[in-house]
Design a protein around this ligand. Sequence first.
Ligand code: SF4
Ligand code: SF4
Ligand code: FES
Length: 331
Amino acid sequence: MTQVTYQILRNDGKGGVPHFQNFVVEIGETEAILTGLIKIRNEQDPTLAVRYSCRQEICGSCAMRVNGKSRLVCSRLVGTETKTHNNTIRIEPMANQPVLRDLVVDQTPFWDRYRHIRPHLILDPANPLPQGKESRMTPEQVDQFRETPRCIACASCYSACPAVGSDPDFLGPMALAKLYRFTVDPRDAAYHERLEGIQNQKLWLCLRCNLCVEACPKDVRPAERIVDLKRLANQEIGKRERGSKHSIGFLNNIEQGGLLNETKLARDSLGLFGMLGQVGKGFQMMRHGKSLKKHPPIQGLSEVQAIYADLNKPEDIKGRERPVGKGVKGE
Ligand code: SF4
Ligand code: SF4
Ligand code: FES
């Protein structure tokens, strides 16, 4: 047993100024951080608001920020934090959701985004599931969404995501990872509709920072599922939509010259008319020393193009991008 300082962000949920309060707890290094919070509530301050249920990393209700990172406090051990943070554990409520009190947040924004993706199978009425029988899938079909069913909806990824905080349109890592699961499910009939429904900002605002991957306690790797969704969107929606146009333009841009040509990228993404609306931004960029001139191709461009050729081998694309058993265009 050792003495550990729990530094907890208190918030009365009634407009008072949030402030840190220290509690010293006698606790073992191999105990869960949640055990210390329960001790504080039982022995020092019964008004401390904490949410938890299963205490076994199953229900997803105890996510908080521990020393700045999203964690499930029922599975994170005291010793793991105290070793690197001078015997102190700083605990704050999850980000990107309004605080109700102390460490408890209102998860409405998180669940609203989840509801938005229609998280259930959408069946073709002409092709119903077999009555009273299993609906079988091949191992290859199941492999395509092996990670997403592990999600326990704890919102750790949502709390860690900077894009969620900056734009209310972005659906966030968990909702997009779940959506991916339905787009590749061979029983689901809304493939095109689902991909169309997440254009433009709902999908493409992801910054690929990978913070959601780091935060996820179940190794769902939401950022990777978002990349998968972007690939599917590029195939299915292609150059009709701005996000896809931007990513395809980016790819072509580097392949052709080895460097980003911002003027060409803007033209590929927005079209000539769309660019007219960006003239002001162009002047602003030039004022800040950004050159919009076309660069000559880089030395060693052939090596870049060889990488592209390697990545674009048909057998590779087929394995990585196309849902097995889906009527994807071009199959
Ligand atoms: S990778 Fe995308 S979804 Fe994940 S945290 Fe970063 S911005 Fe959010
Ligand atoms: S994807 Fe991971 S971090 Fe996000 S809600 Fe699901 S289990 Fe939690
Ligand atoms: S209390 Fe259920 S996941 Fe932590």
